[in-house]
Design a protein around this ligand. Structure first.
Ligand SMILES: *Cc1c(COP(=O)(O)O)cnc(C)c1O
Length: 377
């Protein structure tokens, strides 16, 4: 653990909101089990704290991307089910078995390695089978369904779950959703009685047809927008305040920042904040006179970032605050009640997922508020 002074930015993570979001999604998907996706350090909020809070709220099925993330969840929670979405890393079967991690097996090579271990130890170690129904990403090809089935039938092996992943769930009316649903149904017909899982957050919100026996929300747990073009019903989980280091006055016609990419069209007051692209404040949040960029809130007012984002610093136009001049050391809200994760994402030309997972870079103090222990219903 690095020595830290406690000075600088503050990233606050509301574990109560995380837990309430899980509970709310669990209600929407009543009838199916509700898992929790905690890959990428739980979308940047911290995998150990997030997993514990989600567990306290009731989650028992966790999805990670990598085996290391699986180890982190296992170290925090001994009694939960953990699926590794990347599948089985070559040579890693012993580790998965020792740590009770279930690979989402997605190729014949993975399947053979897993089955070889099962045969060697004469035990049917649990796994999920992942079929690709239209992304051309991880997954058995649809043409392999029969071969997979025949391979396990002879051995009497069965997976805990058959899964697939939706390409366009953030657009509920996209025809690809229906196509993938139908293809997934044709896969499931070959694995009667095995629990199935198709839906991420957006799929969960798209409707019952997509729920099957298990849903796998990620982004919605962390307060991000899952479905485009709809009001986001989830509670925000992260708040990020970064320090104002200096307030400067600059004159009409002067430029600000690297590349002199922005010129002032009026006498201006600028706040220099200690937050840059090395903190995950993406350089695509830079602005020119022609193109707006990111925003932060200072004293409750939304103020634009002007010029290029630097590695450690950004420049904010606070002229509109008038005589309400912030003091050095005061916080500027980068994410929170005024500037939502998806507001910042839209300004950066990206998605909330990337804003959240970039929080892992921020040179800030992390505080956790609340916990996953919700009042009984
Ligand atoms: C990341 C991921 C999820 C969660 O997706 P969200 O859109 O964040 O809800 C679910 N399933 C798989 C296979 C994933 O990779």
């Amino acid at each position: 653990m690095a020595l830290t002074s406690g000075l600088g930015g503050q990233l606050s993570i509301d574990l109560g909101a995380l837990a309430r979001n899980w509970r709310a999604l669990d209600k929407v998907s009543a009838g199916a089990l509700t898992g929790a996706v905690v890959k990428a350090d739980a979308y940047g909020v911290g995998i150990t704290m997030a997993a514990k809070a989600l567990h306290a709220a009731g989650a028992r099925f966790f999805f990670v991307a990598t085996p290391d993330e699986g180890l982190a969840v296992r170290a925090a929670l001994s009694d939960v089910h953990i699926f590794v979405l990347d599948g089985l890393y070559p040579g890693a079967a012993n580790l998965y078995i020792r740590q009770n991690l279930m690979p989402a097996i997605s190729s014949m090579a993975m399947l053979e390695e897993w089955l070889a271990k099962c045969i060697e130890r004469n035990e049917a170690y649990p796994s999920a089978f992942h079929f690709d129904t239209g992304m051309n990403r991880l997954g058995f090809r649809l043409g392999e369904v029969n071969a997979v089935r025949e391979r396990i039938e002879g051995l009497g092996y069965a997976p805990q779950m058959v899964m697939s992943h939706l390409a366009c769930a953030d657009q509920p009316n996209h025809e690809k959703n229906r196509t993938q649903l139908a293809l997934f149904g044709s896969v499931l017909a070959k694995f009667p009685g095995i629990p199935a899982s198709l839906a991420n957050s957006a799929g969960l919100m798209t409707g019952r047809d997509y729920h099957f026996q298990m849903v796998r929300p990620g982004i919605a747990l962390y307060g991000g927008r899952a479905v485009n073009g709809r009001k986001n019903p989830m509670a925000p989980v992260v708040t990020l305040h970064v320090p104002i280091l200096q307030v400067v006055e600059a004159r009409t016609g002067e430029s600000v920042g690297y590349g002199a990419a922005y010129s002032l069209s009026r006498n201006s007051r600028l706040a220099i904040i200690g937050h840059g692209y090395a903190d995950g404040f993406m350089r695509s949040l830079s602005s020119t006179n022609m193109r707006p960029g990111g925003k932060v809130a200072i004293r409750g007012k939304v103020c634009p970032v002007i010029g290029r984002i630097s590695m450690d610093l950004s420049i904010v136009d606070i002229t509109e605050l008038g005589a309400d001049i912030p003091n050095p050391g005061e916080g500027a809200e980068v994410l929170g009640a005024t500037i939502g994760v998806d507001d910042q994402a839209d300004a950066a030309g990206t998605i909330g997922y990337e804003i959240l997972t970039s929080l892992r870079l921020a040179r800030v103090n992390r505080n956790y508020v609340g916990d996953g222990n919700l009042p009984p219903e």
